[in-house]
Design a protein around this ligand. Structure first.
Ligand code: SF4
Length: 374
């Protein structure tokens, strides 16, 4: 039986995000590591490889697919209630000990992370998304930047079919990859994990490229939302949260910030689970920093009105939620508050045609994709 790495080494094609350096190495620009790869070398992500002077990148498979409410991503200012079809490949450029998608993200590093890949084409994924009623399609689960060529191929099909597209990413980007993605990606969620470079180095990255990416995403007019998983003892000090939220507000006070509850997962089982009280305190810090849309996630019904969207001008209720489920929707056809008529930042449909559900959405049938054969 071939190993997972051997199986995936066949599922590649020539990449587009690299230069040839004067000494013959290839410089990959898909993520902020910008690996210089001599012949035969594989990147930190374990999925992009210099094969005889050509950068081979993942192609033709997914690690998993699922259709959920878009609130689960979380995006709260983009087609509320819509179904988002999520797909991901395998591998990641970071190695966070608390990863909640570790089965796919760490599949090539951790022998316990077994996620059998499924054979896929852009056409079949988009057909499957439409069959399941999705209006949005999202590259997620692994780090989508490291598989950008595949995401763009899927998104070209998706846009032709009228879908909105999105990335759920750690934000460790480069100017080159953002230029490459801009025509094809509408929504971009960045998981801003900390505001301390030492913490990012523990996770295998650096904070600099992530902050640069957030600034660029906003300047380039991607629709950006930020999420921070609040981990007691790791990133929850008042000082760190003040600096983090002040940074986001300096890019734009209209960027929604989601602060979400940690639960013990993967290798990070030391910290306690985040409480509702901790989320409320963090949210208050975000509001004090000037952020106009602050949400508390993962503890439905326990965080007051921090699941709802309210008008930043007059305070009127615009979208009422319980967890991922939209209970009421009042934004006008032209994206305004029905009370004071202020424009609400986000990506809104002409009318609300998503779900208002009191119970979880369950897809009618599973994706029609088959496991890659050895
Ligand atoms: S995606 Fe990032 S980690 Fe992978 S080869 Fe490219 S620069 Fe290196």
């Amino acid at each position: 039986m071939p190993t997972l790495a051997e199986l995936l080494s066949r599922e590649t094609r020539d990449g587009e995000l690299y230069d040839v350096l004067p000494d013959g190495r290839l410089r990959c620009y898909a993520c902020g590591h910008e690996c210089p790869l001599p012949d035969g070398a594989i990147g930190v992500c374990k999925v992009r490889v210099n094969q005889s002077g050509r950068l081979r990148v993942p192609w033709g498979y997914v690690g998993g697919v699922q259709c959920d409410p878009i609130e689960k991503k979380p995006f709260f200012h983009a087609h509320p209630g819509a179904l988002a079809y999520s797909f991901g490949m395998l591998g990641c450029d970071l190695h966070c000990g608390y990863c909640q998608n570790w089965v796919t993200s760490q599949a090539l590093r951790d022998p316990e992370a077994v996620a059998p890949p499924l054979d896929a084409s852009p056409e079949r994924l988009v057909r499957d998304a439409i069959r399941q009623g999705a209006r949005v399609i999202v590259s997620t689960y692994n780090e989508p930047l490291i598989t950008s060529e595949w995401a763009v191929a899927v998104f070209k099909e998706a846009k032709a079919a009228g879908l909105t597209t999105g990335f759920v990413s750690n934000g460790n980007g480069t100017p080159q990859v953002l230029e490459y993605l801009r025509p094809w990606v509408d929504l971009y969620k960045v998981d801003l994990k900390s505001f301390d470079d030492r913490h990012y180095r523990e996770l295998g990255g650096r904070i600099g490229p992530i902050l640069d990416t957030i600034r660029r995403l906003h300047e380039m007019r991607f629709w950006v939302e930020i999420v921070t998983l609040l981990i007691p003892g790791f990133n929850d000090s008042r000082d760190e949260l003040q600096r983090l939220t002040a940074f986001v507000a300096s890019v734009s006070p209209d960027i929604p910030w989601h602060v979400t509850a940690f639960h013990k997962d993967y290798r990070m089982t030391g910290p306690e689970n985040t409480t509702a009280e901790m989320l409320l305190q963090a949210a208050a810090i975000g509001r004090a920093a000037g952020l106009r849309f602050v949400y508390a996630g993962n503890l439905p019904g326990r965080v007051g009105n921090l699941e709802d969207t309210r008008c930043a001008e007059c305070g009127d209720l615009l979208v009422a939620r319980y967890g991922y489920y939209v209970r009421d929707y009042r934004i006008t056809a032209d994206g305004r508050c029905p009370g004071c008529k202020a424009s609400v930042p986000g990506v809104w449909g002409r009318k609300f045609d998503g779900q208002i559900a009191s119970r979880p959405f369950l897809p009618g049938s599973r994706a029609r994709l088959s496991v890659l054969q050895p």
